[in-house]
Ligand binder design. Structure first.
Ligand code: FDA
Length: 379
């Protein structure tokens, strides 16, 4: 074995694929029973509808290198992501755009008038002096739109009133002064034609790659564990950085999500893939309806799969999804970074290994950079 990769998400698999293509023998371990990390998906057994097990995953990128690379393993559909928000029983398009503004204010403003209206409403607070997320939100888009679409949704995400959340959580709130409600503005966008798992399996399908599932790097009863491997074989580690050091500098904070999946006896529940629920009256943040991600597929016309999403702070036993990133977290992270620098032969990467939210294209892009800049010459 020339390289051990801990974690079979997009970061780990990209490293493994590149090393294997260069003739190196790679073993990939994952403590889960499947590969693919959080991008894993599977067919719901009753309907055959592809469900993204760890939350909806939409691929988008403007990075030419990443786009060329991912197209070696899958082709992409023409899916264009759009999100709607249910506020007090009325449905509005997101991100906030001219359509949202005109529907909300019962108006027919052109771009200039809408811009002037929002600027006037946003005067209540100065962005630079905002003391909490609420003041920052109002300073960016004005109180009416903030209270409708941001306040309760964000409080639900963080289980904390926005008056008690730090202003830094949001840097900007996009408002579009056109009717364009395309969610992403990247050059390339789409979903893998045969699903995420087929894409992921193709990346791992190489005679130089061996995948071992249900294998935890910290389980000393299995042969490829931290104690026995580090210092002997190069390791790319994509698990949580605090766990690697046995939480020596304390735990880094994460938010997690709970999902409630249901098969409903209708061919179409909500007419779109993602509906946000902006108000405090509903405990979940959004509902995904997976059939809408693949309108080109032959799915049953009398059944559909929906997933309600709930957000909360993660405990050590939960799946870590989004870094909380408080000032204490950032201080701890610096201490962990100092520790990683001293760990010879171990390369920390991916969203858990670096404690940062990474979209798929970013995880793949940073893995390609790590391979080219740090591993290629040393393996
Ligand atoms: P990932 O978490 O995928 O993989 C890490 C792997 O390491 C896991 O399989 C884990 O089991 C394994 N591991 C951890 N500890 C281990 C141990 N001790 N021993 C062995 N294995 C261990 N991106 C995007 O582009 N569009 C989108 O729409 C979304 N949507 C989205 C929704 C939600 C809810 C989340 C949380 C994330 C997204 N993403 C996304 C981001 C996407 O999931 C992310 O880019 C990839 O998961 C990053 O891949 P990694 O390999 O870094 O981590």
């Amino acid at each position: 074995m020339d390289l051990l990769v801990v974690g079979s998400g997009f970061f780990g698999l990209t490293i493994a694929e590149r090393a294997a293509a260069a003739g190196k023998k790679v073993v990939v371990i994952d403590r889960r029973s499947h590969i693919g990390g959080n991008a894993y998906s599977q067919a719901e057994p009753e309907t055959g509808i592809e469900v993204h097990t760890y939350g909806a995953h939409l691929f988008h990128t403007s990075n030419e290198t990443v786009w060329e690379y991912v197209n070696r393993f899958t082709s992409f559909t023409g899916y264009v992501h759009k999100v709607y928000s249910n506020f007090k029983g009325e449905v509005y398009p997101l991100p906030i755009n001219l359509g949202t503004i005109n529907q909300f204010f019962r108006a027919s403003h052109g771009p200039d008038a809408a811009r002037a209206l929002i600027a006037e409403q946003a005067e209540e607070f100065d962005t630079k002096e905002a003391k909490n997320l609420e003041e920052k939100g109002i300073s960016l888009i004005g109180r009416p739109l903030y209270e409708a679409f941001i306040r309760d949704y964000t409080s639900k995400q963080w289980q904390t009133p926005t008056t008690e959340l730090p202003a830094e959580i949001i840097s900007r709130l996009p408002v579009r002064y056109t009717y364009d409600n395309r969610y992403f503005s990247d050059k390339y966008e789409g979903l893998p034609v045969d699903g995420y798992t087929a894409w992921i399996e193709k990346m791992a399908d190489h005679p130089n790659i061996e995948v071992r599932l249900n294998t935890d790097f910290f389980d000393e009863s299995q042969p490829l564990n931290k104690k026995d491997v580090v210092g002997k074989v190069p390791v790319v580690y994509t698990g949580p950085v605090d766990r690697y050091f046995d939480y020596a500098e304390g735990e880094l904070g994460w938010r997690t999500l709970d999902f409630e999946q249901e098969v409903l006896p209708t061919g179409d529940f909500q007419g779109t893939s993602v509906m946000n629920y902006a108000g405090a009256d509903v405990p979940y943040t959004r509902i995904h309806e997976f059939r809408h991600f693949h309108p080109e597929r032959d799915y049953p016309t009398d059944k559909t799969v929906i997933m309600r999403e709930f957000s909360r702070f993660a405990t050590r036993e939960d799946e870590p999804y989004y870094p909380v990133n408080t000032p204490e977290d950032r201080e701890r992270l610096l201490k962990y970074r100092a520790l990683t620098d001293g760990e010879t032969g171990v390369y920390f990467g991916g969203r858990l290994g670096t404690y940062q939210y990474l979209d798929m294209h970013m995880a793949i892009g940073s893995a390609l950079s790590m391979y080219n800049n740090k591993l290629e010459g040393t393996l």
